[in-house]
Design a protein around this ligand. Structure first.
Ligand code: LMR
Length: 294
């Protein structure tokens, strides 16, 4: 077993997590392995963290081709060994397109069970509003992140609300600064991942892990009444997005299933941003498919 995997196992044991149950203690419930068949055997929930990060001098196509082969292999392993109803969350970048490749190569896992992480961007948007309005972040809800987990994503405040003294108010009205909402807010959320990489010389870790927990928690246990969250899911063509793409939508979750929130009004500004991020996902899809060897 690799040393870092062993370190991870020790940290899991040391976290004294109440749901981490194992035979006889001493981490007996943790299987730390580099054997893909063993790792995927009978799993009900798979959180896919592994990917090939972009390095200096690498073209987009080089990164894509590395990730396509990683995700093709991981999909085949899940297809063969995981539980038939396994729920999958792809975190590694390019998350939406990695999830798309996984969906193609694990055809017996229902497509509704394959998702990617945009909850990190959703949480970033909630946090920006909380800071701007000086309100607890738990009082802000129903921001939306549309599209790709990349710098073309569209964080949208048009339907967000803040609860103050028991009353819900539209975020737009409270902020009352269209320029900020259409420029700075969007750019900060879109580029937060890059800002963190610059500051700590590595990708976000704690916030990404916390967002992955939020994603799985709400998917399995449900979203509170009147609240939605953002998840990268297989588009059914809602809001004019290309069907089949892994696109981030506002979703409600209930009984272990998500459904895209319908009927939200989309203005011209939003339409253009939603199309731009869909176009990038289409380009990524073509690039990924061109890297797939038959
Ligand atoms: C993030 O949003 O923090 C990461 O996805 C950034 C990255 O490229 O690893």
């Amino acid at each position: 077993m690799s040393q870092s995997l062993n370190a991870m196992k020790m940290e899991l044991i040391d976290s004294a997590l109440p749901l981490l149950k194992g035979g006889g203690g001493c981490g007996g419930g943790i299987v730390a392995t580099t054997d893909v068949a063993l790792a995927c055997g009978g799993v009900d929930i798979a959180i896919m963290l592994g990917g090939f990060p972009r390095r200096d001098g690498m073209e987009r196509k080089d990164v894509m081709s590395k990730n396509v082969s990683i995700y093709k292999a991981q999909a085949s392993a899940l297809e063969k060994h995981a539980s038939h109803d396994c729920k999958v969350l792809v975190v590694a970048n390019p998350a939406n397109t990695n999830a798309l490749v996984l969906k193609e190569y694990a055809p017996s896992i229902p497509k509704e069970n394959i998702t990617c992480l945009t909850r990190l961007d959703h949480n970033r948007a909630l946090a920006q509003v909380s800071e701007r309005l000086n309100v607890p972040v738990g009082n802000v809800k129903n921001v939306i992140v549309w599209g790709n987990h990349s710098s073309t994503q569209y964080p949208d405040l048009n339907h967000a609300t803040v609860t103050i003294e028991g009353q819900e108010h539209p975020v737009r009205g409270l902020i009352a600064d269209d320029r900020w909402m259409k420029t700075e807010f969007i750019t900060v959320v879109q580029q937060r991942g890059e800002a963190i990489i610059k500051a700590r010389k590595a990708s976000s870790a704690f916030s990404a892990a916390s967002a992955a927990c939020d994603h799985m928690h709400d998917w399995i246990l449900g979203t509170p009444e009147g609240t939605w969250v953002s998840m990268g899911v297989c588009s059914d063509g809602s809001y004019g997005t290309p069907a089949g793409l892994m696109y981030s939508f506002p979703v409600h979750c209930k009984g272990g299933a998500w459904s895209i929130v319908q009927g939200l009004k989309i203005d011209e500004f939003s339409r253009a941003k939603m199309n731009a991020t869909a176009n990038e996902l289409m380009e990524e899809k073509y690039l990924a498919y061109s890297c797939l060897t038959p």
